[in-house]
Design a protein around this ligand. Structure first.
Ligand code: SF4
Length: 259
């Protein structure tokens, strides 16, 4: 019963997000008589048998999509599932969905908050200025090859003006990220910046400067290291920040060496 109720609430939440994403600001309610069955879905009220008509909305087949996502066995399966995703409003301005890239069996995943302009154009994560900074951290700081790790974001479509993803966008896209992590099964996740850390730890109130460099756990099983987002380093770069991020990555390398 509890499961059934939470399924209903979850589906309702997703449906409301969907209505918002297509620009509807009100919930359709049964307060008008059916004028023309052709233009909507007829619903019989079981109490007084009055017919009502709701505006015809192309509702996404959430259950089907969700169950296919649950069944996904590979990154390709997930990518196929989200190939025309419109589960949140970010779909409307995107040029490309930025799924993720790197080694599908990586021991280490980097998760940022969302694609920027260059990423949107190329359909690849972290390929702009912040991406070059991340590559420098991985290759010079950690002495790893970028192609041996996996890199992705919380939301897969670019938020306008590179703003932080909004709550409804994160909620809509998070199942794809969770499935990516489930399939890759990394030993360590590095959360880049506050939004990624808050999403992965399910805690909206995190302050990155306070929790960076401290080991956390993702779903109680995968070690998670929060650190600064490379874009933050580009904007507010100081020697102290550089030292901190390199200290954080040193801990990550030590942890990977134990595996
Ligand atoms: S950000 Fe995620 S949920 Fe939103 S449209 Fe893009 S792929 Fe779908």
């Amino acid at each position: 019963m509890d499961n059934e109720l939470s399924d209903i609430i979850e589906e309702l939440r997703r449906y409301l997000n969907y209505l918002k994403s297509i620009g509807m600001e009100e919930i359709p309610v049964a307060n008008f008589r059916m004028q023309n069955a052709e233009c909507g879905v007829e619903i019989k009220n079981s109490v007084n048998q009055t017919s009502h008509s709701y505006p015809k909305i192309q509702k996404p087949e959430l259950r089907i999509q969700d169950s296919k996502l649950t069944e996904a066995k590979s990154l390709e399966d997930i990518q196929k599932e989200m190939s025309d995703c419109r589960m949140c409003k970010l779909w409307s301005a995107r040029k490309n969905i930025v799924f993720g890239s790197g080694n599908p069996h990586a021991k280490l995943i980097f998760v940022g908050e969302g694609p920027g302009e260059e990423e949107d154009i190329q359909g690849l994560p972290f390929v702009g200025r912040a991406g070059r900074k991340l590559t420098e951290i991985i290759e010079k700081g950690m002495k790893l090859d970028r192609k041996d790790v996996y890199i992705c974001n919380v939301v897969k479509c670019r938020p306008p003006e590179n703003r932080e993803p909004e709550i409804d966008e994160v909620r809509a896209c998070k199942p794809f990220l969770e499935k990516q992590i489930e399939i890759i099964k990394p030993a360590v996740i590095v959360a880049l910046g506050r939004p990624a850390t808050a999403t992965l730890l399910n805690n909206k109130k995190v302050t990155i400067s306070r929790i960076r460099g401290i080991w956390h756990e993702y779903k109680l099983v995968i070690k998670l290291m929060p650190t600064y987002h490379p874009a933050y380093l580009l904007r507010y770069y100081t020697l102290e920040h550089r030292k901190q991020i390199y200290e954080d990555m040193k801990k990550v390398v030590e942890e990977l060496n134990k595996k």
